[in-house]
Design a protein around this ligand. Structure first.
Ligand SMILES: [Zn+2]
Length: 156
């Protein structure tokens, strides 16, 4: 049995447990700081992000200070991501978390997103990240972000 290291899977989300069993050991070797992250959905969970940052326009929202990630059920219901696309999105969110924990500041939002996308490259999930971003564009999740999302696709 694999011990849970990266996530404290508060709502027992199957995708989180599967992600951890596939990628958890590798991520723990690269980034031992990422541990016991409380992860929950905006429909079931109660945490810091839910109380203070319930924007619901992003598949996952993270807060490295509180060590929390929240999943937006609405975005998932609208986009119909494959499980591999969701792995990629989770990896991207962990990219944000590690940048925050290590104090690696990007010069702007687009660069921060591109840096987080590099975690999907390292885990072999870049093509799934691309198709996930394309779905967010197609389903008009946050149209104001479309130009930046197209630039991310172009470099993945
Ligand atoms: Zn992001």
């Amino acid at each position: 049995m694999t011990m849970c290291m990266i996530f404290n899977n508060l709502n027992n989300l199957p995708v989180v447990a599967q992600f951890e069993s596939l990628y958890g050991a590798q991520i723990a070797r690269w980034y031992p700081e990422l541990t016991n992250i409380r992860i929950y959905t905006d429909q079931q969970g109660e945490g810091f992000i839910k109380k203070w940052d319930d924007r619901n326009d992003s598949p996952y929202t993270s807060n490295h200070v509180m060590n929390e990630i929240m999943r937006s059920e609405d975005v998932y219901n609208r986009c119909g991501f494959t499980i591999e696309e969701e792995y990629a999105i989770l990896a991207h969110e962990l990219g944000h978390m590690i940048a925050g924990v290590r104090g690696e500041k990007a010069q702007n939002n687009l660069q921060e997103e591109k840096n987080a996308d590099q975690m999907t490259v390292k885990l072999g999930l870049a093509n799934h990240m691309k198709s996930a971003i394309q779905k967010m564009i197609d389903y008009r999740i946050h149209p104001a972000n479309n130009p930046e999302m197209l630039q991310r696709i172009a470099v993945l």
